[in-house]
Design a protein around this ligand. Sequence first.
Ligand SMILES: Nc1ncnc2c1ncn2[C@@H]1O[C@H](COP(=O)(O)OP(=O)(O)OP(=O)(O)O)[C@@H](O)[C@H]1O
Length: 243
Amino acid sequence: MSNVLEIKNFSKIYSENKRAVDHLSLTVREGEIHAFIGHNGAGKTTTIRAVVGIMDFEEGDILIDGHSVKKEPVTCKSLTAYIPDNPDLYDYVTGIQYLNYMCDMFSVPAKERADRIRTYADCFKLTDCLGDLVSSYSHGMKQKLALIGAFVHRPKLLVLDEPFVGLDPEASFYLKKIMHELCEAKTAIFFSTHVLEVAEKLCDRVSIINHGKLITSGTMDEIKGSHSLEDRFMEVIENDEQI
Ligand SMILES: Nc1ncnc2c1ncn2[C@@H]1O[C@H](COP(=O)(O)OP(=O)(O)OP(=O)(O)O)[C@@H](O)[C@H]1O
């Protein structure tokens, strides 16, 4: 399996004395679901924002399908879909206008876009609301619309920041199902979460970050062994704090 995402020695320094992420390296392979976990303020969002090209960084490089986010930002963006923890969508378009715009931006063929939009909108119970203005959507509905906008263009790399927060149980179920389907079609998925039970069931690999440093990364079985991911996480973090 080839590496879709390669983070190499990435560091982010917000101010002189504040190294939010410190020489972090990890890889996410084709068809892999990879969880990125760590305490509040550990550096997850900072890393994710650098990966998706919306934040500059001082040290290291990040490659998407072999392309550097610094040197080839447009190519990288064409391969990536990103859903932030609080998606900020255009208010004065309808849901369907937003989805067609996403399909236009990513050149989704006309004959495939209607099918994909219908399939995902049905899963998320959004079909009847697609003609409504986004401004009339609830927070969860906006989140679902943003997810559909990411899925319709079948990205090579899907990056999600806390995707399960705010979704109803049925939407969470379908999100997990769609994540598996995308992986079968070779998409690589990298997402942050505090919901360790979901990460444990859903992911092939996991990386743990603490105070900006990667403390471990590997397959779910390698990392957790016979423990629960939560127990292992607590143990790894406690050991790291003692160093
Ligand atoms: N724009 C900024 N300016 C200065 N410091 C920042 C900025 N954004 C984040 N930080 C700091 O960088 C560190 C990492 O923050 P980050 O948002 O990446 O953490 P996180 O792991 O995503 O946390 P959470 O789980 O709470 O979302 C924190 O100490 C935070 O205070």
